[in-house]
Design a protein around this ligand. Structure first.
Ligand code: ADP
Length: 464
């Protein structure tokens, strides 16, 4: 059954209060009854002793008793619920409460039986007489029998005391339940209100209102955390949404230029403005290749960005790989008359050779692409205890400071590179970063416009 938090919490509080009060009441009741019964019994015993002592003092030598005084004691005892009978040492009656006032004695006995039966129907009590011997200077002078309701007797005052205690417990119980209801309600409200707020906002976000945020602060840590998490989630979703829009826009923009050029070339040839000679057709071919390269790059990026990008790692010498790649760029290097330096030494790494090779193809091709004629390309291999560093330095056009934070983003190109029509689509560095990240490495750049750039790739050594 799904109950809301408020009801559930309130009920829980009330249940706890109820169980506690019941337990305490039961225990209290048991203890109070037990000790009070003992107290009543002791008290009775003490009263009996007092009666015995009082009667003993009324003995006047040679079997003579102060009957009047004994009667006074007997009547007072009767009023206290004790029926006494005094005997001398010959077992002859000296004074007997039942003879003095039999009616009253009967009434007292009946009354006591009635009171006790009403309250303790399970205790089979009855009237009993307990004999106490009387001594005077070590001589036995007689006996007194004290008749009472046993095994214990509680008078109206005693019972009233127990009733009062029980009533107090009942009052405390009812009060605790009420308090539990109120506090449970307040606590539940304090808990459920921010949760409802979070849920409502999460629902609004789910329906597409990605700019919505939860602006309430809760002093309950978990709810605070939930709020922050939902807000962060919304932030991420919003960013992704913005990114998706920008990406679509950028892609359209990237394709529009080569496709427009191609179309205008073809139009001109169809309209007879241009002759479809080899040079024109080659230009069309170049534009088509450019578009194809862009599609291939996007496809590659898509593959590399797959979260489950599987790396097939092997141990290989990165310096050999770099040397081979540099040789592959020989044609362009010679064309631009670039001076290449490489501190070649054997350096083993454990990585995905194909993918790492893609990283350096992109970095080297950029370095050459953005180098001036007669520039320098310097590849430096170094290592620390944990990592291998590869620096690729060029003294080409450099990158403006405000472009630096963005150049690893997809389709990002600096104005400088756009103006030069260098041909890239701004995907090469994104691919490089994706691959390096998958290797738990790092890639960063230092650059200054017109001075040059240094791209550094850091690959951890123990990637087992
Ligand atoms: P592209 O294919 O356009 O070169 P990249 O993702 O490889 O795309 O690079 C993104 C942008 O970063 C480039 O368009 C260029 O503006 C800038 N860039 C990259 N490498 C260099 C470099 N070595 N020197 C100057 N600018 C660079």
């Amino acid at each position: 059954m799904t109950l809301n938090l408020k009801t559930r919490l309130t009920f829980s509080y009330m249940l706890i209060a109820l169980i506690s009060v019941l337990l305490i009441s039961l225990l209290m009741n048991g203890f109070v009854e037990k000790y009070f019964r003992e107290y009543v019994q002791q008290n009775q015993e003490q009263k009996n002793e007092e009666v015995v002592t009082a009667i003993t003092t009324r003995y006047q030598k040679n079997d003579a008793w102060d009957i009047a005084a004994i009667e006074l004691i007997g009547v007072r005892a009767l009023e206290g619920g004790m029926i006494i009978k005094v005997y001398d040492h010959n077992n002859q009656i000296v004074w007997d409460a039942t003879t003095h006032n039999n009616g009253m004695c009967q009434r007292i006995i009946e009354n006591m039986a009635k009171t006790m039966n009403r309250r303790y129907p399970n205790v089979s009590g009855s009237y009993a007489e307990v004999p106490y011997p009387l001594y005077h200077e070590f001589d036995r002078i007689g006996e007194v029998k004290i008749g009472q309701y046993g095994p214990f007797y509680m008078n109206e005052f005693d019972l009233a005391f127990i009733d009062t205690l029980n009533n107090i417990m009942l009052g405390v119980g009812v009060f605790s339940l009420l308090l539990a209801f109120v506090i449970g309600g307040i606590m539940a409200k304090r808990l459920s209100r921010p949760i409802s707020r979070v849920t409502n906002t999460a629902q609004t976000i789910a329906t597409g209102h990605l700019s919505d945020r939860i602006d309430s602060h809760s002093n309950i840590r978990e709810i605070g955390l939930l709020t922050t998490t939902i807000n962060n989630l919304a932030e991420t979703l919003e960013k992704q949404e913005q990114f998706r829009k920008r990406f679509t826009h950028d892609i359209a923009h990237e394709f529009r230029t080569p496709l427009s050029t191609l179309l205008s070339h073809l139009d001109a040839m169809i309209d007879g403005v241009w002759k479809p000679d080899k040079r024109r057709l080659q230009s069309c071919q170049e534009e088509t290749l450019r578009i194809l390269k862009m599609v291939a790059d996007l496809d590659k990026l898509n593959r590399y960005e797959d979260e489950n990008l599987a790396l097939s790692r092997e141990t290989f010498d990165i310096s050999l790989l770099l040397k081979r790649l540099i040789t592959n760029f020989d044609g362009e290097v010679r064309k631009k008359n670039i001076h290449v330096k490489f501190n070649n030494y054997p350096q083993m790494i454990y990585a995905d050779q194909d993918k790492i090779s893609q990283v350096f193809v992109n970095l080297l091709s950029n370095a050459i692409k953005y180098s001036k004629k007669g520039g320098t390309l310097e590849i430096t291999l170094s290592e620390t205890e944990t990592d291998v560093h590869i620096d690729i330095l060029d003294n080409g056009i450099g990158i403006a400071e405000n472009d630096l934070p963005h150049i690893f983003e997809r389709l990002y190109r600096t104005d400088e590179s756009r103006n030069r029509k260098t041909g890239g689509a701004g995907i090469g560095l994104t691919i490089a970063k994706t691959i390096v990240d998958a290797h738990r490495g790092n890639i960063f750049v230092k650059s200054q416009p017109h001075v040059g750039s240094t791209f550094t790739v850091v690959l951890p050594k123990n990637m087992l």
